[in-house]
Every structure is written in C-alpha cells, then in structure tokens.
Design a binder for this molecule. Structure first.
Ligand code: ADP
Ligand code: ZN
Ligand code: ZN
Length: 749
C-alpha cells in the first residue's frame, strides 16, 4: 500500500466554515498547486451538486480513513487570507473565553456582505481614446458611422481623453465603441466604483490645533508607547471638553507617518457623528483614506470599506464595537473612545466586550491601545490601580471654559410646590424660560427606565432594595413578590412606603412623548424636538436633528440617554435631567456607575461656548453618591467609594459575573431545565464559584418565550465558561429549550 502512494504529494485538509449555513463546518482536501490556502483563506468548495464559498478556519492533517475521500477545494478566492493570523488568534481566544464556537467570531471578522459572493465590487465601463484618427479619416468615419465619429469627437475634446460609457450614451453606445476598439482608436476598461458612505458629505480639511500642556503630555506618552510598541493599555481620563479627540487625531497622524494603521472604536456611530466627521476632515487632504464601518450602511458600502481596509488602501478605520475586527493592516494604534459605554458589550451571541477584545487585539498585534473617557469604567480604573494599565489625565477644558455649575434639586420638596406640573419642577421650568428669552439652548434628559419594574416611592424617592445586596428588588407579577436577582431574597410588596409611609408607592412612568406634550403646553412658542429610539429609527433622522440643533433651529432638545454622548454644541447653556435616579433602581451591580457616567456626560454638554453652562438635576435621592459625585464632576471620588462597595459585595471588577439564561415557549420546560442544570452545577462547580438559585428573569417572558436565569460569580471567567458550556452541551435538552451563557454580563434582565 505504502509504495503506491509514495510519489503522491502529502495532502493536507482544510476545515472550512461554509457561508450561509449556520456555523456549518466541513473538511476539504487542498489540491496540489493550491499551497497558498491557509488559515483565514477564502475558498470556493463543492457542496452536494453545487459550489459554495467559505473561510478556512484551520489546516488539519487528513483523517486516515476519510483523507482520500475528501472533496477538493475548487478555488482560492484571494491569495491574501481574509482573516490574518493575529485576528484568527483573537477569534480563538475569544471563542474560548466567551464559550462560543469559533465560527461565530469568524463571522464577525468576515462580515456578511464580504461573505456573499454576488456582492462583488461595482464596476463601470470607461472608454479611453487611444489614437485620434486625424481629420481625413474622421470624415470617412463620419460618413459611414456617424455615431462612432461622435464618440471619437467627444473623447478628443475631453480633458482626460477617458469618459464613462454612461456619458457616451450608455449601453447602446457599446457597439460603436467596440467597433472603434477593433480598429485601435479606443480601449474599453472596467473601473472599480468605490461606494463611499460619506461621499455626499463634504469634509473641509482641518489643521492640527496647537495643543495645550495636558494634551501635549498625553500625546507624547501615547506616541512614545506606540514607537516602542508598548501594549500596556493607557487609560486617558479627560474631563468632557478637555480635547481628547484632538489628541486622538494627532496620535493617529503620528502612527500613520510611521507606516502603521489605526483603529478607532466609538459607541454607536449614529450617536457620535462628530467624531467621525473630525477624522474625515483631518485626513481629507492626505492620501490616507478613512474607512467608516457601521451597521446602517448598505451591504455594498460595507463590502467596499472592508476591502479598502483589507488591501491597505484605508489606513484608518472607525466604527462601533464590531469594527474592532476590521482587517487594518500593520495595526499600530487602537483608540476606544468613551470606553465606559455599555454599547461596547454585544448583547447577543457572541456576547463579547469590544473594549476588552480591543485590549487583547492590541496585545496580539503589538499595538498601543488608548481607552478614553471622562468617566472611565470601574473595570479600567481597577486595572490602573493594580498596575495592569497606565493612566493619563486631562483635567482642564481645552478652550479654558469652566465646567458647568451643577444644582441638585430635591424632588421630595419640589413636588410639593403648588405650581408643580409633574416631572418638571418650577425651578427647572423657570431656568428654561430664562434661556428661551436669551435665545440660548437647552438639552433635557429623560432617563429611561428599561424593563425592570422596581418600586420607587413618588413622594420620598425611596427605592425598595435587597437587604443583602443593596440592589433594587424587582417586581414579579406572577408571584406578586419583590425578588433580588443576585441572591434570590424575596419580599412581599409593601402597601406603604417603608420610608415615609406614603400609599402612592406604585409609580407610573413618564415617556418622552408625554413629556414633550407637557413642554409644548409650558412653552408654546419654543421650538421643541424629541429624540428617542422611535425618532432615531428613521434613517438620517438623528443626524438631521443634530444639524438643526447646531444651527439653532431648535431651542429645546428633549431626549433619552442617546443625547448624552460625545456631542459638542456651543449654544447649549442649560442641561436639565428630569429623573436622575431612575437608573439607580435597576437590578444591576453597575446601576450607580451608569447613573454617575450618564449624569457627568450629559452635564458635559453644557457651556461648551463662551457662556458658562448650568446643569439642573432633579432627583428623589439627592444624597446618592452617584448624584453627588456627578454634581462635583468628581470621577475619582466616585470611583473610590464605589470600588470599596463592590469589593465588599464581591461584585465586578473584583469578580466576574455571568448570567445563565434558559428560554422556552413552555414555562414548565424552562423551569425544569434550568433547575436540572442548576442542581448539576451546584455539585460540580469548584469552591469559589457562587451560583444563585434559578429565578424567572426580570423580563420573565419575551418574544413568546419564558425566561429563567441564574447568576454566577467567580474569580475566573474561564472556569465558568468551560464548565457551564460543557454541561449545557451534555444536557442535550431538545429544540424548544435554549440556554445562553453571558460571560461578564452587563445586562441582568
Ligand atoms: P472631549 O472629546 O475631551 O470631550 P473635544 O475633543 O470635543 O473634547 O474638545 C472640546 C472642544 O475644544 C472642541 O470644540 C475642540 O475643537 C476644542 N479644542 C480641543 N483642543 C483644543 C486646543 N488645543 N486648542 C483650542 N481648542 C481646542
Ligand atoms: Zn416614601
Ligand atoms: Zn440580594
């Protein structure tokens, strides 16, 4: 046997993730002569009686038994692997950490439009004048074929001697052009048309600003780190308006000059159009293309931008969380702007954290990573404290403006004012009226509650919380009980407020529309615009509204959390927060942190111009640390207090918290499944991993499925990922039961 095969080249097999089939993976043989096939290559392979495409996820020695029966790869689509070696390592690491098949991460790296073959680049036909026939010959052509003559004349007169076929009469002009091509007068070429999502917008080139001392210091440290290929993450803590973006821009320019690429991550891009525009402007005149990646783009645009990055034509890529997988070549710098933002966590599988993977990617690629924020996450601050990350600070506003003056209004007394209209205190109303008179602008934030139903007393603001975790209890209608989602503590629903005795304890909420109506009654002549998820769902609506607001065609902008991010409006002198404490009542260990960040960020929108800003915060819990520290713009003070509390309660960042959820259309099945898994886990989980009793989720039913969950706390995330995912696989629980495991969860709903 052996002798027979001796001259045969050793065949290697490739494991291919097929496009379009949910995580289907098959082995194929690599034919001789296709040695460039490697990990990350895009290939065409036979499947049943047709061909399909896929991505090679690893090379494997052919199975002894099956090796010779494997089908052959039919085509290598591109010599350069779509997924480079470093990104492949990132995918494998993340797959293990988040306990998901590596296929799911490959799908993030090679996005849908790139996988779909028919989305080939758009080309157009160009007709080039090769030789002008001369007057005599032209007369002959004109007599016999007047259309050919017209085409030649047109090209002859054109400056570039090269015009699109469309301008020569479109497809009917193709026949005369072909005839001219045969005679050697013209040539027809295909030209790639690049679909640039920002093509319609004009970006006036901007020049680097002269940096202030703090900015210069930050820039120096970042460029030194990049020059020495230091991968120790740098937290850039700069107050709102300290000019972080200018530092990013100049750091990016430096890294580009050294021939390396830059990746910039921003929270959802439609909410941060200014950051994108600033990068487009700064590099408008250089030959560096800035690629934009975001979900609202058309498939064609995404395809083109991805390829521009992959080929190294675009050296800067900007986008939200998923852009962290962009195939930037020779990556030198990653910037995570507003690194504390919760949109960096993906809430469906793979449930990765964009900031954390950015740090990992920087490490793998030898790139420098900067985590910028006015209110860094406690995770990052903890890593600074433990020496894993380093810290840079910018404590002054770049334009010399003072941080706005912040007043906290105690709604327990404001609500007793006879003129109180509900939700809008008289003092905030008067401040708004004053701005209207002066022609200045107001931003009004209505903090949205989310889904959790906790109890807050409308008269004193008391939130009913767990005795053991100090987190708000969640109301469960089915049991008519309040339950703690961390430890399982149950309590009866109080008839009266335990704090002040008020009987109004069940609170009805305010939505943006209801507030808008109230505002229109209050200020009949003001130009008021509401921004919430409904409004923002319309394409470009948010962009247009923000442009109107900037141009002062709007006096009062009323919105949810959306309007708190990265916006810079010089005309805004007043920011009002209608219900500062609503976020505090979420059953979430990060509730206080989120509230602090939101208030600090939104306050940072005031007083960006020449007039000092003012911030008015309405709250029932004026003494909550999140509110008091936000009032003083004191990130350090808040972090210190909150970290101490987290340590005491063994919450993140001191532990990893993960959520195990089961969903099923049948409630008893969901209940039964999570209980069986729980019992098993309880037996086998090592000491130090704490699992809570199974409970209906705060969102107990969604999309027709009942949801139950357990929370897991551990020192090591990997222990939980490995053990729990193995048990889920072994449970084999049928199609109408779905388990999900969210490692390092940010949502406990
Ligand atoms: P941040 O991102 O830190 O909140 P921005 O980058 O939005 O701050 O900067 C706030 C404002 O200060 C912007 O209008 C910006 O153009 C301006 N700015 C930044 N750096 C400088 C500088 N060195 N000199 C003058 N103005 C600056
Ligand atoms: Zn009360
Ligand atoms: Zn509890």
């Amino acid at each position: 046997m052996q002798g027979l095969f001796q001259d045969e080249p050793e065949q290697t097999a490739a494991r291919v993730l097929l496009d379009g089939f949910n995580d289907m993976v098959l082995d194929y043989a690599i034919p001789p002569g296709m040695s460039k096939v490697t990990r990350g290559s895009r290939v065409e392979v036979p499947l049943r009686n047709r061909t399909t495409t896929g991505t090679v996820i690893k090379l494997t020695p052919p199975d002894a038994e099956w090796g010779n029966r494997l089908k052959l790869i039919t085509r290598l689509i591109d010599d350069t692997p779509a997924v480079g070696a470093k990104l492949m390592d990132l995918a494998e690491w993340a797959a293990r950490y988040y306990a998901v098949p590596v296929e799911q991460l490959i799908r993030c790296i090679v996005p849908e439009p790139v996988r779909r073959e028919h989305h080939e680049e758009k080309t157009r036909k160009m007709v080039v004048l090769v030789q002008w026939p001369g007057d005599e010959e032209m007369n002959k052509i004109n007599a016999k074929a007047p259309r050919q003559a017209a085409i030649l004349r047109y090209l002859h007169q054109s400056e570039s001697k090269r015009e699109p076929l469309a301008d020569l009469g479109g497809s009917p002009a193709l026949t005369p052009c072909r005839a001219l091509e045969k005679r050697g007068f013209v040539r027809i070429e295909e030209e790639v048309v690049h679909r640039d999502p920002a093509a319609q917008e004009n970006f006036a080139p901007s020049c680097p600003l002269k940096l202030n001392e703090e900015q210069q210091h930050a820039l120096d440290i970042i460029t030194q780190a990049s020059d020495s290929q230091s991968t120790k993450p740098i937290v850039l803590q700069g107050v709102t308006g300290s000019g972080k973006t200018e530092v990013y821009l100049q750091a990016a320019a430096h890294v580009l000059q050294h021939g390396k690429g830059v990746l910039i991550l921003v929270p959802e891009i439609s909410l941060t159009p200014q950051t994108m525009a600033r990068f487009k402007s700064r590099f408008a005149e250089s030959d560096t293309k800035v690629a934009i990646l975001h979900s609202a783009m058309s498939d064609g645009e995404r395809f083109d931008e991805w390829h521009a990055i992959h080929r190294g034509k675009a050296r800067i890529a900007i986008g939200p969380r998923s852009a962290l997988f962009a195939p930037v070549q020779n990556l030198g710098l990653i910037i995570v702007d507003e690194e504390h933002d919760s949109s960096y966590k993906q809430e469906n599988s793979p449930r990765y954290h964009g900031r954390d993977l950015a740090v990992l990617r920087a490490h793998l690629e030898g790139a420098t990573v900067v985590l910028g924020s006015a209110t860094p996450s406690l995770e990052s601050l903890y890593n600074v404290a433990s020496g894993k990350y380093s810290m840079l600070r910018m404590d002054k506003r770049a334009d010399g403006q003072r941080l706005p003056l912040t007043r906290v209004l105690d709604m327990r007394t404001e609500a007793k004012d006879k003129r109180y209209l509900g939700i809008l205190s008289e003092r905030l109303r008067m401040a708004m009226e004053d701005r209207l008179k002066k022609g200045e602008q107001t931003i009004l934030l209505l903090n949205r509650r989310g889904f959790a139903r906790s109890l807050q007393c409308p008269d004193c603001g008391h939130i009913v919380s767990c005795e053991h975790c100090s987190l708000p209890l969640t109301y469960h209608a089915t049991e008519n009980r309040l339950i703690c989602h961390i430890c399982g503590y149950r309590a009866a629903v109080p008839r009266k407020c335990p704090e002040c005795g008020s009987a109004n304890i069940l609170l009805e909420g305010y939505g943006t529309q209801k507030v808008e109506k109230l505002l229109r009654n209050c200020f009949p002549n003001a130009r008021i615009q509401r921004v919430d998820a409904d409004v923002a769902a319309r394409k470009n609506a948010l962009r247009d509204i923000l442009a109107d607001f900037r141009a002062h065609r709007i006096d009062i902008l009323l919105g949810t959390q959306m309007i708190s991010k990265g916006l810079d409006f010089p005309g805004v002198t007043l920011v009002g927060v209608l219900n500062a404490d609503i976020g505090l009542s979420m059953p979430d260990p990060r509730a206080a942190e989120r509230t602090f960040q939101l208030l600090t960020q939104v306050a940072g929108r005031a007083g960006r111009g020449d007039i000092d800003g003012e911030v008015i915060i309405q709250t029932f819990t004026p003494h909550a640390p999140a509110i008091q520290y936000a009032r003083r713009h004191d990130t350090d003070g808040f972090a210190e207090t909150e970290l101490a509390l987290r340590q005491e309660l063994e919450f993140p960042p001191y532990t990893h918290m993960s959520v195990l959820t089961v969903r099923s259309p049948k409630e008893d099945l969901a209940d039964f499944s999570i209980n069986s898994l729980y019992k098993k886990l309880k037996r086998i989980l090592p000491e130090g991993v704490v699992i809570s009793d199974p409970l209906p989720a705060p969102i107990a039913k969604a999309y027709g499925q009942f949801r139950y969950q357990c929370t897991l706390k551990s020192r090591s995330a990997r222990q939980v990922a490995d053990i729990v995912s193995k048990e889920i696989r072994e449970l084999n629980s049928g199609e109408d039961v779905i388990f999900t495991l969210d490692i390092d969860a940010y949502s406990f709903m």
